[in-house]
Design a protein around this ligand. Structure first.
Ligand code: WTA
Length: 674
């Protein structure tokens, strides 16, 4: 392990006192303190979280009990009976005494063009949120209504999310990469009467026709009669007039502009829903996870502070405030928790980035770090890998000395990417926090803490405070008590940020998360625990792919394919992909009368883009006359995964196949496409 190459490939996985360079300021005393604090936090979750809830959040009425209910019954609740408003806690309280941070920056917005930046203070944020809230109210939106947001990464997105929270409406944000079909499914699923969009967005120098896509969704039969109004922010595109043809549209920028900047907060029960966020699962239908108010707010606030080493800002800035930048999209959970709610609940400034890491060139992130003096930078391994391809030149051009903490999220980070991030971006001085969590968990559940936990590249390390992580034997369902273990990852006790249900389908929530291993929350991931008790995520154990950090259900892609008349059967599997982590490989048999052709492959690729969105574009589509089936008629996906990855030597038993010759035929087709 002494050569630099060996260090790169297998850094510090076998010896915690390994290369000095990958220790951040973690000292053994901090680490020891973490261990005892963590043990205390899980020995009495009720006092741990109630003390924090009381000291970190402002309540309108106190909560009688911290936690009740159980995983098994799907009845967990936190702080029920307490009254609170998340927008008040994230915005208003910082404008008032004793915080007096009205004049401090709340949002740094960086548009598609690097020259297009805005600084929005807490006071401006409060005024803007109130205007949007009043505009929604004036249009008939009321407490408990679901408001669907399909928006670019502009400050208005944050205003609208917070305005919903302010008036007690439930936001359902849809990532702006989803297609009209996907939007329509989500509008229908949430029975959402209200939709907020923008005339267009901008990304990488191109216009995103968001309103047109939204219109196509709203016009679909399944949405007709559900949607009452589509509010369109149109300020961002000059000459955007001429598009209001239907009485369903509201020119929202105008309506917002003429509202008062004052709007009272609706005091919500801690267990009232705050938002819905759809995510992929093992079936074709995405599930709308419901997050509630008090518990989510506390969890977002607490994990932001702990994982990134940030202190809540309790007074005017003394010049030492962190410049925090999470460059995710607010359409995913990372954006909800670590762009909008977590940072603002801590009174720090947050960063909204409209563009891509490649625009106008591959130095964009580092240019932003230099210009804004970013101290905490949070991105995904897929972005790091794609930037690494361009070499070390771009980051070396910029002054990155403001950086203190670097974060990654969404998938395991491979050691080479970790090392590049750590050495080149962090100048071997910053902590790299590898945050493991899910849409369902609301916030980080396993991560190293800067200056506290020793790092191991590729390991998300140890559980967050209040989280009891267990490794189960997947067959017996028993806890593995030995330190070294390999199995499925579960969580043993409730935590405030957990999703409470799947919208309209509590049974599905129970079946997916609570029933597989009764008494535990089942995350759907496999993991290994090493000799020091550090966790290494090995990936999903269900039919969910992780493509560039985006969760995509194989069943969703399959249902998009079989909706095409040419497709008789479809089987979708993941393939290893150098940049994206996983790619999408589709095998299809064709209906009678259809022949294999390049044209057809193109059509099928488009079918997936239309049904889900461009981010789900398949990497390989392989039409075939037969799939590997068992004699009882089941498609053998295990075999397809091996064929797709070109791992024929570890194919395993094929004797149960109806026709073993399909293996050879399919492998040849895969090889040709490689
Ligand atoms: C994966 C994203 C390894 C995991 C926040 C999980 C990770 C899924 C990590 C959730 C990580 C997320 N290391 N794997 N640090 N973070 N994952 O709901 O498989 O979009 O179940 O939430 O991403 O994806 P989701």
């Amino acid at each position: 392990m002494s050569s630099p190459e060996a260090k790169r490939l297998k850094p510090n996985s076998d010896n915690m006192s390994g290369p000095k360079a990958i220790y951040d300021a973690a000292t053994s005393s901090n680490f020891e303190l973490y261990k005892s604090d963590h043990a205390a936090s899980i020995s009495d979750i009720s006092s741990y979280w109630s003390e924090l809830a009381n000291s970190k959040l402002d309540w309108y009425a106190p909560f009688p009990n911290a936690v009740s209910g159980s995983f098994e019954d799907g009845s967990v609740s936190w702080f029920a009976g307490g009254k609170i408003n998340v927008c008040y806690n994230a915005v208003d309280r910082y404008c008032n005494a004793p915080y007096n941070r009205g004049g401090e920056t709340a949002i740094i917005w960086e548009g598609d063009e690097p020259t297009d930046t805005k600084y929005i203070t807490y006071l401006e944020l409060q005024n803007n949120v109130c205007r949007v809230a009043n505009a929604l109210k004036a249009s008939g939106v009321s407490k408990g209504d679901v408001v669907t947001l399909y928006m670019p990464m502009i400050p208005e997105l944050t205003y609208t999310m917070l305005a919903c929270a302010r008036i007690g409406a439930v936001h359902s944000v849809i990532f702006a990469g989803f297609s009209a079909d996907a939007i329509a499914d989500r509008i229908e699923g949430a029975k959402s009467k209200w939709v907020v969009t923008a005339s267009a967005g901008k990304r990488g120098g191109r216009d995103l026709p968001l309103k047109n896509i939204c219109d196509a969704a709203v016009k679909k039969e399944r949405c007709v009669g559900i949607v009452e109004k589509v509010f369109v922010f149109d300020g961002m595109v000059p000459n955007g007039s001429g598009w209001i043809e239907e009485d369903i549209h509201v020119r929202f920028s105008d309506l917002v502009d003429c509202q008062r900047p004052v709007c009272p907060c609706e005091w919500m029960d801690a267990e009232d829903p705050l938002f819905i966020l759809y995510t992929s699962g093992s079936t074709g239908k995405p599930k709308g996870l419901v997050h509630t108010t008090g518990g989510y707010a506390l969890y977002a606030m607490h994990t932001t502070a702990k994982s990134f080493g940030i202190a809540q800002q309790t007074g005017p800035s003394n010049g030492n405030a962190p410049v925090y930048a999470c460059v995710a999209d607010a359409g995913w959970i990372t954006g909800h928790t670590y762009i909008v709610y977590g940072p603002l609940l801590n009174g720090i400034s947050t960063f909204m980035f409209e563009s891509t890491p490649m625009y106008p060139d591959c130095g964009r992130y580092w240019d932003m770090v230099q210009r804004h003096k970013i101290s905490v930078f949070y991105t995904a391994p897929t972005a790091i890998r794609s930037l690494m391809r361009f070499g070390d030149e771009a980051p070396k051009k910029y002054d990155l000395s403001s950086l203190k903490v670097l974060g990654t999220v969404g998938e395991p980070i491979n050691p080479a990417a970790w090392q590049w991030y750590y050495e080149l971006i962090g100048n071997s001085k910053c902590a790299v926090v590898d945050t493991y969590w899910q849409t369902e968990t609301g916030g980080h559940v396993i991560t190293n803490l800067p200056g506290v936990t020793p790092m191991k590249p590729g390991s998300c390390t140890l559980p967050c405070y209040g989280i009891e992580v267990i490794v189960l034997d997947p067959v017996t369902g028993k806890e593995i008590t030995e330190t070294e273990a390999e199995g499925v990852l579960v969580i043993k006790q409730p935590w405030p940020g957990m999703a409470r249900t799947c919208l309209g389908d509590h049974q599905r929530y129970l079946n997916v998360y609570m029933k597989p291993y009764p008494g535990y929350y089942f995350a759907g991931d496999g993991c290994r625990r090493d000799e020091h008790g550090f966790i290494w995520i090995t990936g999903r154990v269900d039919d969910v792919l992780n493509v560039s950090g985006h969760r995509i259900g194989t069943a969703e892609v399959e249902s998009a394919l079989v909706a095409h008349p040419a497709v008789a059967q479809a089987a979708v599997v993941g393939i290893p992909h150098e940049i994206k982590g996983q790619g999408i490989c589709c095998f299809t048999t064709l209906a009678e009368g259809f022949a294999e052709s390049d044209e057809l492959v193109k059509e099928l690729r488009n079918a997936v883009r239309t049904h889900i969105g461009p981010f789900a574009t398949p990497d390989m589509i392989i039409p075939t006359s037969a799939l590997p089936m068992t004699r009882s008629g089941k498609i053998m996906r295990r075999i397809l995964r091996k064929i797709a990855a070109g791992e024929l030597d570890t194919l395993g038993d094929t004797s149960t196949l109806l026709d073993p010759s399909v293996v050879g035929t399919l492998s040849e087709k895969v090889e040709k496409l490689r």
